[in-house]
Design a protein around this ligand. Structure first.
Ligand code: HEM
Length: 197
């Protein structure tokens, strides 16, 4: 099933989660690689163009993801999850969303600093909202780099927690982000109190 329900995640949420995760790790690797290239490398221009295009795709996926989250039912907490577990999981989730949005925004500001739109494979051009001077481009570059590292570290902890749930605690936390629910539960179950996080 495409939509989420109180019983678990639907196919679209699962796809958005894993595609975004892959994109983020690829963008991080590409970012580190391309900033180390010399002018004569074939990838000196291609690398940043690919990085910006994929970063803009991530931006579009984030918008779809946030809207999809808002219009869908939230899967209920698993019965074995304590209040502390739920609190930490929610904190990490919001931290990741915040970091990703700031890294995208700073990347966009660096790209458009010279007054040229940010291009998604030359298909969509994201207009220049504001132009930064050299000092602020450097600041945006530093924010972009440091928070990209923060994303990778927080995402690694988030992945480690999912693996502990799967292999040590042996609950459904990871499985339900891999297997979409099959069908909608009856309407009364969907809206029963205490079913949402
Ligand atoms: C979560 C998504 C992203 C991640 C993880 C990421 C990661 C990185 C990393 C690690 C670097 C290298 C930083 C350095 O060592 O100086 C970098 C550079 C860069 N990124 Fe991103 N990036 C993301 C999204 C974006 C987006 C959406 C854009 C543009 C719309 C963008 C534009 C740039 C540019 C222009 C540079 C080169 C900066 C420079 O030359 O100093 N990035 N990115």
């Amino acid at each position: 099933m495409l939509k989420d329900a109180t019983t678990g995640y639907g196919l679209l949420t699962i796809l958005l989660h894993w595609v975004s995760a892959l994109l983020i790790f690829f963008l991080f690797g590409l970012g580190i690689y391309m900033t180390g290239l010399d002018y004569y490398s074939e990838w000196y221009h291609k690398g940043p163009a690919l990085h910006v295009s994929l970063g803009l795709i991530l931006l579009l996926l984030m918008v779809v993801r946030i809207v999809w989250r808002l219009v869908n039912k939230k899967p209920a907490a698993l019965p074995n999850h304590s209040r502390t577990t739920l609190f930490l999981a929610t904190l990490v989730k919001y931290l990741l969303y915040g970091l990703i949005l700031i890294v995208i925004a700073s990347g966009y500001l660096i790209t458009t600093a010279e007054g040229k739109p940010a291009s998604l494979f030359d298909i969509i051009h994201f207009p220049v909202i504001t132009q930064l001077d050299t000092t602020n481009v450097d600041r945006a570059g530093l924010v972009h780099e440091l928070l990209a590292w923060a994303i990778v570290i927080v995402a690694a902890l988030h992945a480690l927690a999912a693996l502990v749930h799967h292999f040590v605690i042996r609950d459904q936390t990871l499985v339900r982000m891999l297997k979409p629910i099959k069908k909608m539960p009856p309407a009364d179950e969907q809206s029963s109190p205490g079913n949402s996080r």
